[in-house]
Ligand binder design. Structure first.
Ligand code: E4P
Length: 212
């Protein structure tokens, strides 16, 4: 499973770029607002740090407006993936953009029919939101990811699944077990993934032994 970082904070991206295990970046309007700077500025900066897919989200609206905005982002760099909200207009936009070879990530996916529609329209990625689904029906986020993975394989769609809205290490584990192609993970959770209390304790035991 690939790891993307779910952030627009440049310092976080700089730090994880040195770890060597991050395959891409997803941003959204809330994350861009946290960093400060315009979306274009932030995205351009990210392209210098990570050589992998970088999602930049358009404003929700009519298909024609989203297509125009998508084309501006797609021109910035070869790695740009345009994030399109899961609406009827969004699906129309994805259909046009995919025909033009522009990569898309359909976001705010909460059921399998939305995911199938996005895949049929030619989406490169779909993003089921595990955490937000768990907020309203605890424990169901993982089943959504699992079902989408199964359906895409059953019907031969190339669309990749990005497990999104990840809140904790358990979500990453669940996404991996469900066969998600990618998990997009906040910085804090990425750091937590690398730790375990017994690793810390074991290091202390070795350090004490070394002193003797
Ligand atoms: C995905 O691409 C989104 O940016 C993100 O995962 C949303 O997560 P949230 O529910 O924590 O806002």
């Amino acid at each position: 499973m690939k790891f993307f970082i779910d952030t627009a904070i440049i310092d976080e991206i700089k730090e994880v770029s040195e770890w060597g295990i991050i395959d891409g970046v997803t941003t959204n309007p809330s994350l861009i607002a946290k960093n400060g700077g315009t979306l274009l500025e932030v995205i351009q900066e990210i392209t210098k740090l990570i050589d992998g897919p970088i999602s930049a989200e358009v404003k929700e609206g009519l298909a024609k407006d989203m297509i125009n905005e998508a084309k501006i982002y797609a021109k910035l760099h070869k790695n740009i993936v345009v994030k399109i909200p899961m609406t009827l207009e969004g699906i129309k936009a994805v259909k046009v953009l995919s025909k033009e070879g522009i990569k898309t990530n359909v976001t705010l996916v909460f059921n399998t029919t939305q995911a199938l529609a996005a895949a049929k329209a030619g989406a490169t990625y779909v993003s089921p939101f595990m955490g937000r689904l768990d907020d309203i029906t605890p424990g169901t986020g993982v089943f959504l990811v699992e079902d989408i993975v199964t359906l895409f394989s059953m019907y031969g769609f190339d669309t990749k699944v990005i497990a999104a809205s990840i809140r904790n290490v358990e979500h990453v584990h669940q996404a991996a077990m469900a066969g998600s192609d990618i998990a997009t993970i906040p910085f804090k959770v990425l750091k937590e993934m690398l730790t375990h209390p017994l690793t810390t304790k074991g290091l202390q035991i070795f350090a004490d032994a070394a002193k003797k």
